[in-house]
Design a protein around this ligand. Structure first.
Ligand SMILES: *Cc1c(COP(=O)(O)O)cnc(C)c1O
Length: 397
């Protein structure tokens, strides 16, 4: 049997070095647990960065994949695909949306959104009105287009020239956004809760104010819910809790309960300009992924998963607040549902490494924010186990 150390040495030779990987070689997952190839067990409070919202290998998703894989894996979008149609119906039935474009990742969903808002604006106002306002500390993906949209310099270094026409404003400041509007702006793109930027929730009233500004200027409002959609915040979509709907919503990560898929949901008004030949994707909405996504969405909606997310989100938040009371280097606990961040006054990387050694997977964003993204099916006992590990680490600092 190949050990972790042997796999790591082999990986170092031929796999692209684009990730700073932790020394864990994944073998198997079940619910909130992950095992490495040496048989060590981990409690997974990262959940593939908010992908495994139903836990690892949810039996319903596994069964759907197995059955569909034996029936039809791929078929071109030249033809009609029943599970893709069902998924579009489900997404529209449970959102503001009328039409869905399917792709394979979050970045692709945002690329689709950026093409859509340009096209909408070009048809109505001419070709100069293509610029987009996004937020500082945002994250929208790793393609040339989406790093251009992202409000963080660190993802852009070395990749010039980027796409022109992006303007970045402080997240949460509606007046700053209003001031950034020029006749060439066509859209605003925001995450209702910033994930990579350090788990920052839009302040009360902010998204409503942004919606109003967009309406005044006929700007398309795009919500990037690639990380916080699909139940993560306790509602199916994060925007529901802010009481405002966008014109365009992008989804990916947890949509299929593990397998890769991306989606752009839009109103009819916005989607009208996306006619035949304007956009496409070979794999987008293929039978295998679409079937998994239909199953994952139904499970999310029917099996009390959202209720558990709210209840366990409250519980985890309280447990983290307790830790804050005892550890002065914890600055703030924030988030919504089961995306929670613990902002420290010190860097978090070492805590993440120690947690991994002790069998708890979390990560650190924005240098000082420990991020907790457990599966939405997490139990009180699993949270207690995670908090015992974390408390033990924090006590030694
Ligand atoms: C992860 C993420 C993306 C990019 O998704 P990929 O599937 O990695 O391309 C885009 N936006 C947000 C908010 C994300 O968290």
């Amino acid at each position: 049997m190949t050990t972790s150390a042997q796999w790591i040495a082999r990986g170092d030779k031929h796999v692209a070095k684009t990730y700073g990987r932790y020394p864990l070689v994944a073998a198997r997952g079940e619910g909130c647990q992950l095992w490495d190839v040496d048989g060590k067990r981990y409690l997974d409070f990262l959940a593939g960065v908010a992908v495994n919202n139903l836990g690892h290998c949810h039996p319903k998703v596994v069964a759907a994949l197995q059955q569909q894989a034996a029936e039809l894996i791929h078929c071109s979008n030249f033809y009609h695909i029943p599970s893709q149609i069902e998924l579009a119906e489900l997404l529209c039935e449970h959102s503001f949306g009328d039409r869905v474009f399917f792709c394979n990742s979050g970045a692709e969903a945002n690329e689709a959104a950026m093409k859509l808002v340009r096209k909408y604006s070009a048809e109505k106002y001419g070709s100069n009105r293509f610029e987009v306002i996004t937020a500082l500390a945002s994250f929208h993906g790793r393609t040339i287009g989406t790093i251009s949209a992202t409000g963080q310099d660190k993802v852009k270094a070395g990749f010039n020239p980027l796409l022109p026409g992006f303007h970045y404003v402080p997240f949460g400041d509606a007046e700053a956004l209003r001031k950034a509007i020029t006749p060439n702006i066509c859209a605003v793109m925001l995450e209702p809760v910033q994930g990579e930027g350090g788990v920052r929730v839009a302040p009360p009233g902010y998204l409503e104010a942004v919606r109003q500004i967009c309406d005044e200027h006929d700007l398309m409002l795009v919500f990037d819910e690639v990380q916080v959609g699909c139940g993560r915040t306790g509602s199916l979509f994060a925007y529901e809790q802010d009481g405002v709907a966008p014109d365009v919503l992008t989804l990916a990560k947890a949509l299929a309960g593990g397998p890769p898929i991306g989606a752009m949901v839009a109103t009819e008004k916005a989607a009208e300009c996306f006619g035949p030949g304007t956009h496409g994707s070979t794999f987008g909405g293929n039978p295998l992924m679409a079937t998994a996504a239909v199953t994952a969405m139904r499970t999310l909606l029917e099996d009390g998963v959202l209720d558990n997310c709210v209840a366990m989100g409250d519980y985890l938040r309280n447990r983290l607040e307790e830790l804050k009371g005892r550890h002065p280097f914890i600055n703030e606990v924030r988030g919504r549902g089961l995306i929670l961040g613990v902002e420290l006054t010190i860097p978090g990387a070492d805590i993440v490494s120690q947690a991994l050694q002790q069998g708890l997977l979390i990560n650190c964003t924005a240098n000082t924010v420990l991020r907790f993204l457990p599966p939405l099916i997490v139990t009180r006992e699993e949270i207690d186990e995670a908090m015992t590990i974390l408390d033990g680490i924090l006590q030694k600092i």
